[in-house]
Design a binder for this molecule. Structure first.
Ligand SMILES: [Zn+2]
Ligand SMILES: [Zn+2]
Ligand SMILES: [Zn+2]
Length: 768
């Protein structure tokens, strides 16, 4: 029996290859009808046998040929009258909305079809390093302006050849309106140059071959990619990796690596199903994976951690490079000096990286928006972000309801991202970096302006952190908005979880964090809040301790050590002299800090959990200095024995103002006694983590009893610690709690802007 249905699709369905996909699907199923764009999305009218129509509807959402960028938010189907004598299925391009206005989508890894074509000797894009289609290739990184159309991208300098143009204009082709479409004849080209910028080789294949030879010989290669330059060296060659560290001024922080396939990666690291799926996704992030013992990876790639960061090739150029002989695994670290912004411009690369790289693999497709690789890891068997950038930005995160006003949220100062609210979308920027760096700060200001134009938002409501010293707060203040909303840091952390889970009620919010400015002027960190997007109450926290030498306190572990010890015993300088001398041999410095602790000059009161980790790592002899953020906490996590269930004691006590406090004195005392007894650091570390998880659980249980709540939201930088987070989730679930955590934005300060934006949007809704 014949039937005709009208199907409407909304979401990310325009300009992502949706119509060619539907056209081909209908043809395969021998259905007739038409497909077109309208102002709300895509409309399909489809006619044929009932059973075929059912299959069509199923495949619309599940077919493995569906465009990777397509994201159907709603699908409606109604039966309509039959059309007589319909012969074929057609794409109607003359729709009411005019030509499709493509949404700006994230940059995606090269798809299977393009890889097959690149390998096909008979295809005119055989071995072409910039092959792409509607399903893959650069997007966000090449957009200069709106609408997202070829003249508004950095592809505007390349004139399409007739063959490329015919594909670009053919509504049934998978390159229909793929803005970066190009080929060897008409598109971008590669060349190799030395550190002065002099061209050594310009033939495409020879360029790649020579690059591979130089890498195999231990040279440092700067490779221009999708979002910026990478610095590449052979990850199996320790000397080469050490040379890269010295030249890049990056002494300790682990390097990310790239390989051609998951199978190759699995030779060096443990890849479970969740990680495999993530590594091979079109977003192609760096994924942190447990190291295999004696992996053969150069020791200097990742010291003091138990993971390797790996990604699979995601640009055609990478694939061609890894096909060359002698290329197994490469370090592929951001092309920048220490923590400055990623370099994306050819001339700037020669200028700034000339002393770092031996050779440069260049191309002439301009990168307009620099964007780092995203970094993820697996928590409780599912992906979680450490850095959200390429592949994910600028895909919006949706609000539960439409916001009547545009909002700008300035974010935090470390790991900064910022966020715009437009209707029901929260558009979070890519990872910008640490704003204290002058170049990063300038990049921040420029990025805010650029994205504001790109997404056509005019925010007169601005949200920022409560910290008066934050550069992001100062920037927010300088905007002279109608309304400036200052939001407590840890409330914003918890709000980020509520926002991405569209959770509108009150929760118990456990924030395990480094530092954030508190409403009482103290530096908060480990907090138990009872919070919603409308307000919050501080239910409990880690007991305050004195933190001397504010700006140095995040680097030098001796400072939190002395602050914590002073709470144990006023005679701590004598009682723990053996320990203090070991951590800080300079007795003069010890006495200066002791004086600060005693008088309170240049100190803050804090409940920071990050600094507690620093202190415990130092007490265990794992190091005394954070060369990069969280180096000591990561070292402490890395050694934790996996088979220990015992934990040190962390008790609750009630403070005079009725808030509950988590007492750290016993745990510190027990750890020091165990160190003196010669207990293994691996066991002590595990018992510290377990004790802390128990302590956080007990806070949640108290809050649950008082407020009759059963949902716990976890956020804050310390929840990037897999051991602690997995353990706590297990305990909370066993105790009957529903656990919410960050899956779409980082739990660290990279998620703060989203939380600020969601709180501001909630406030707007309440006021209107
Ligand atoms: Zn493709
Ligand atoms: Zn062409
Ligand atoms: Zn934070």
């Amino acid at each position: 029996m014949l039937k005709r249905q009208r199907i409407t699709l909304t979401g990310r369905v325009q300009g992502v290859g949706c119509r060619p996909f539907i056209y081909n699907l209908a043809r395969r199923l021998k259905l007739t009808g038409l497909v077109y764009n309208d102002t709300t999305g895509v409309v399909v009218e489809v006619q044929g046998a009932n059973q075929k129509l059912t299959e069509f509807l199923d495949r619309l959402q599940s077919d493995n040929r569906s465009p990777s960028l397509m994201e159907v938010v709603s699908l409606g189907a109604t039966t309509i009258p039959l059309v007589n004598n319909e012969q074929a299925f057609v794409i109607e391009t003359s729709d009411v909305a005019g030509e499709p206005v493509s949404e700006i989508t994230p940059d995606m890894a090269t798809c299977k079809e393009c890889l097959d074509e690149m390998a096909d000797v008979y295809d005119f894009r055989h071995r072409y390093p910039f092959i792409n289609c509607t399903n893959c290739g650069p997007r966000y990184s090449i957009v200069k302006n709106i609408p997202y159309d070829r003249p508004n991208t950095t592809m505007n300098v390349f004139n399409m050849c007739p063959r490329c143009r015919s594909q670009y204009q053919d509504a049934a082709d998978r390159r229909f309106h793929a803005q970066p479409v190009a080929c060897r004849q008409c598109g971008p080209k590669t060349w190799l140059c030395d550190s002065q910028g002099t061209r050594i080789e310009t033939d495409s294949d020879a360029t790649i071959e020579l690059s591979a030879q130089l890498l195999a010989a231990g040279k440092i290669l700067a490779v221009k990619g999708i979002g910026g330059f990478h610095l590449a060296v052979d990850a199996l060659n320790d000397k080469a990796v050490i040379r890269l560290r010295q030249r890049k001024h990056r002494d300790h922080k682990p390097f990310a690596m790239m390989a051609a396939s998951v199978e190759k990666i699995a030779e060096y690291a443990m890849v479970d199903d969740a990680a495999r799926k993530l590594l091979t996704s079109p977003q192609s992030p760096v994924v942190l994976l447990p190291q295999k013992p004696d992996s053969g990876i150069a020791p200097s790639v990742a010291e003091g951690v138990n993971t390797f960061g790996f990604m699979v090739c995601y640009a055609p150029l990478h694939h061609l490079l890894f096909e060359c002989e002698g290329i197994e695994v490469l370090v592929m670290t951001s092309g920048n000096i220490s923590d400055e912004p990623l370099i994306c411009d050819n001339e700037e690369a020669i200028q700034r990286l000339g002393d770092v790289a031996d050779v440069f693999l260049m191309h002439d497709r301009q990168i307009y928006r620099r964007i780092d690789d995203s970094v993820m890891h697996i928590i409780d068997n599912e992906p979680a972000f450490l850095r959200r950038a390429r592949g994910y930005v600028p895909a919006p995160i949706y609000l539960a309801r439409i916001c009547s006003k545009d909002i700008f949220a300035a974010g935090a100062d470390l790991k900064n991202t910022f966020c715009f609210v437009r209707q029901n979308q929260m558009i979070l920027s890519e990872h910008i970096g640490d704003l204290q760096d002058g170049l990063v700060h300038r990049h921040y200001v420029n990025s805010v302006k650029h994205l504001q134009k790109l997404f056509q938002v005019e925010p007169n409501i601005v949200a920022c952190d409560l910290h008066p010293g934050y550069l992001s707060t100062q920037y927010a203040q300088s905007l002279n908005a109608d309304k400036l909303i200052k939001i407590q840091h840890h409330w914003a952390h918890i709000a980020s979880v509520l926002a991405e889970n569209k959770f509108c009620d009150k929760v118990i919010g456990l924030s395990a964090d480094g530092t954030g400015y508190g409403t009482d002027g103290a530096i908060w960190g480990c907090e138990c809040l009872v919070a919603s997007l409308d307000d919050f109450e501080r239910f409990g926290h880690l007991a305050y301790y004195t933190l001397p030498g504010a700006d140095k306190a995040g680097k030098e572990a001796i400072r939190p050590v002395m602050g914590l010890l002073s709470a144990l015993d006023s005679d701590y300088m004598n009682r723990y002299q053996w320990l203090l001398d070991r951590i800080e041999p300079d007795s003069g410095k010890l006495h200066v800090i002791a004086e600060q602790v005693k008088t309170g000059i240049n100190t803050v009161q804090t409940s920071s959990l990050g600094r507690l980790f620093d202190a415990v790592a130092a007490i265990l002899g794992l190091g005394t200095y954070n060369n990069f953020e969280a180096q000591l906490p990561m070292a402490l996590e890395a050694i934790a024995a996996s088979n220990i269930t015992d934990g040190y004691d962390m008790n609750l006590m009630t403070a005079s103002n009725e808030t509950l406090q988590l007492d750290f004195r016993t745990i510190i005392q027990e750890i020091i006694e165990d160190v003196q007894r010669g207990r293994q650091p691996e066991v002590i570390s595990a018992m510290f983590h377990n004790g802390l998880a128990n302590g956080l659980l007990s806070l949640a249980v108290e809050a649950a009893n008082r407020y009759n709540l059963r949902t716990v939201a976890l956020s804050g930088g310390v929840f990037c610690n897999r051991y602690l987070t997995n353990r706590l989730i297990e305990l909370l679930k066993k105790a009957g709690f529903r656990v919410l955590l960050n899956r779409r934005v980082p739990a660290n300060d990279g998620g703060i802007a989203l939380g600020q934006a969601a709180i501001a949007a909630s406030l707007v809704a309440r006021d209107s």
